[in-house]
Design a protein around this ligand. Sequence first.
Ligand SMILES: C[S@@+](CC[C@H](N)C(=O)[O-])C[C@H]1O[C@@H](n2cnc3c(N)ncnc32)[C@H](O)[C@@H]1O
Length: 259
Amino acid sequence: MPDAYEFFLQNLQRRKGLDLTGYKRPQMERRINSLMRSLQICDYNAYLDLMDKEQQHWRKFVDTLTINVSEFYRNPPQWEILQTKIIPDLLKQTRSLKLWCAGCSTGEEPYTLAMVLMMNFPKISFSITATDIDEEVLKKAASGMYNEKAVVNLPKSYLKYFTRQEANFTISDEIKRKVKFHRHNLLKERFDKNYDMILCRNVVIYFTEESKNYLYRNFHAALKPGGVLFTGSTEQIFQSREIGYSLVSSFFYKKVGSE
Ligand SMILES: C[S@@+](CC[C@H](N)C(=O)[O-])C[C@H]1O[C@@H](n2cnc3c(N)ncnc32)[C@H](O)[C@@H]1O
């Protein structure tokens, strides 16, 4: 017999189309309960009714659960490894890179990737697909408008790809054109294939072990042999060898062999 939380998840999926079963229960439950407490609601159904009636409560719910903070050039040492080792290695096989930022939030990560490539590898061609489960963050990503906080880690030389108006930074059309955003649920939808590199950073933190395993296996199938998965700075793939990755450098996993 499902308990109240499990009933809530079933209703959430039925009424709002959001499936949280692949996410860790304690963390999700704590966040949901804290939201409900702040609204003085103690019944899951009453909370669902409120979210149906008032869009801002649904928005707050999604924002709280997906936690979409991002910034340009997040974890600088990893971007340096990407630039000095990972990309040059990939370019030994091809001059045209097919790239995917999975869980891109408001776009800082795919735009960083585009800037790093434009600046340091001007002769190559590349395409970047950037996806997220949350439509609202994708709208912000497509607008390309950021504040000072978002660019704090970005080396100054990259600021030439923005126009600045006081504290507002707008990404140039040259960079915007390189990134295609669309909605995609990593735990539900099919993956495209033949990627040279997939970035999935700071996305799986609330995924259950089972969902992470499913995801890393699917990424493996979506990469070309020799393709690389770039993970977040706290995200290790424990079954990497078993899945068919070799560790190139911390947080960079290369697909070995063929499928
Ligand atoms: C903390 S942000 C990471 C942004 C960027 N990758 C970075 O490292 O700065 C996590 C993003 O993962 C997205 N996300 C969570 N679950 C997802 C799923 N099942 N499918 C696709 N995106 C998901 C969230 O909406 C959120 O925008």
